[in-house]
Design a binder for this molecule. Sequence first.
Ligand code: NAD
Length: 376
Amino acid sequence: MLWDYEQPVAIRFGNGRVREIKDVAADMGLTEGGLLVTSDHFVHDGTAARLVAESDGALTEVFADFSPNPDVTEVDAAAAIIRAKHLKFVVAMGGGSAMDLAKAAASIALTDDSIADYHGTGKPMPLGHLPLIAVPTTAGTGSEVTCVSVLTNRALGKKAPIVSDGFFPSVAIIDPELTYSVPPHVTASCGMDVLSQAIEGYWSKGHQPICDACAIHAAPLVFKYLPIAVADPTNAEARQKMCEASVIAGLAFTLPKTTSSHACSFPLTNIHGIPHGEACGLTLDWFARVNADAQHGRVQEFAQAIGFADVDAMADAIHDLKVKVGLRTGLKDLQLTDAQIDDLVRISRHPNLYNNPVEITDDMLRDMYEHLAATE
Ligand code: NAD
């Protein structure tokens, strides 16, 4: 087996460490011209203004004009500000949406192009980029340590990742206290994203030992701490452990890449508006059973390593976790027509599907979606 491992992002983890943004920037020689990309929530609660005020002039602009599952036009708008104001670095403080928008804007701003030219077109991103400091505020995507930016082109009805080595942040500052304000349903959905990334990173065709170890570390933390974080949002231990699971699951999947559940999540989010992590979790137990005996027993070994008797027991526990944290286990309320199920099957044939250890046919996808369509 041949494998390479590389992780170029410096990580600072711990409560209160968001205050280190200014020092981290100064260490990189960045004392002015910073763009803070952050979600509405942190504009409204005053955190964005406080960080700008405390930055001694390092942060000069705030961009919050974007939606969850950010659109390519929103990336272009942020890049236009970077170009117009000759900005020198970017701080992304938010969930995956803020970080992914910032990654793409920090790169595309050094060109005259639109990010749409590189989204789902196969055209490689230029590697040049402004320095990026990533500060996650959800325990979910792991985007702070990945070279992935997931964007949507609403005009074309397309959601897809762009992968570029230029997207790795320089530094990730993970401050669990920032996640206390995440509402319960968002916490639950993001936590399911963490679990999906750990499990899919492990069984991906691109698996490798260091990422396996990360997956085995991260997955049990989700089973243990996600229900606590959902029920008790300011529980310091649960929030801290979910943040730990999130960054380590990010390391688990960024090199091997995700697989079937992520492939299916894209149409579920795009067409039916199901939040990303919830959409991933919807099919995770199904694919666990499909993949149970793949890779000469590796998936069974994973289930056992994280404390289950076998993959079936792990799949049952995934289902139970969804129920416990209030996530969907089916799509019956959507009253899907045959044509809508056909669309889901067709659009699930995303490149990530080919990383799955078992070949997934259209008939398998149709069986799965028909089962979900009949399930509450
Ligand atoms: P998000 O960033 O879309 O945030 C969800 C909602 O929660 C938003 O309304 C946001 O404003 C709000 N929010 C975020 N932090 C908050 C806080 N601390 N308090 C209160 N509200 C808060 O959600 P997400 O799940 O973190 O990111 C999802 C996006 O990331 C999707 O587009 C997904 O495809 C992508 N993603 C990227 C990667 C990657 O490696 N780049 C991996 C997985 C998913």
